[in-house]
Design a protein around this ligand. Sequence first.
Ligand code: DX5
Ligand code: ZN
Length: 213
Amino acid sequence: MIKLAPSILAADMMNMGSDIRRVLEAGAEWIHLDIMDGHFVPNFSYGPALCARICKEFPEAFVDVHLMLDQPFKYLDAFIGAGAKAVTIHVEADGDMHNMLKLIRERGALSGITLRPGTPLSRIVPYLDDADMVLIMTVEPGFGGQKFKEEQMEKITRLREMGYKGEISVDGGVNMSTAGICAQSGASVLVMGTALFGASDMKEIVETCRRLG
Ligand code: DX5
Ligand code: ZN
C-alpha cells in the first residue's frame, strides 16, 4: 500500500494546525517536515520546536523529517527528542553517514538517506544496510512547487533490482499525473505538498494514491 506524506512546506503557514488536521482527516498517515538551514539549500523553513508542537498536537501522525542541513549530526537528537518518527539525511551533507544512520535507529526512529537529483545512486549504496528508507529527490531540494524530474525513477528501479527492501519515498513534484510512475518504479511513500494542499478533494487523492501500490 502506498503511503502519502503531505509536505507541510505547501501548507498555509498561518493555519498550520488546521491544514495538518485536514490532511490527517483525509487519511494521510505521514507528515513530511522539510528542515532547511539556508546553507545546504538556499531557503529556511522551521526547527525542532515546530516538530515538537506537531507531534504533541497530532500524536497519531508519523512525522517524517527531511533534514536539508549541512551539519545534520548537530540536530538528530533534537528532532528525535521532539518526536520525529523518521529522520532523513542527505548523503552530500557533512558527517559520518554510517554513524548518523545508526544513531537515528538507536534512538528509535526510521533512518533515511537521500540524495540530490544530480548525485549518482552509487553514493548511497554503501549506506543501504543502515537505511530503513531511501528518499529519492525528484526536484532540486529547497522549494516546493517545482517540476517532477522523471529520470530520477531509474534510481528507484535500480534500488529494487539491487534487492533493497526498505521504504522508498519520492519527494518533489509528485501529483496525480506523476504518482503512478513512482508506484510502478517501486516507491512505497509519496511526499506531496503543492498538489495535495492545493486540491479540492484531499480524500480522493489519498485514496487514489493508496490504490496505486
Ligand atoms: C523540497 C521539499 C519537498 C517539497 C514538496 O525541498 O523536499 O518536500 O516541499 O514538493 P511539492 O510541493 O512539489 O510536492
Ligand atoms: Zn522533503
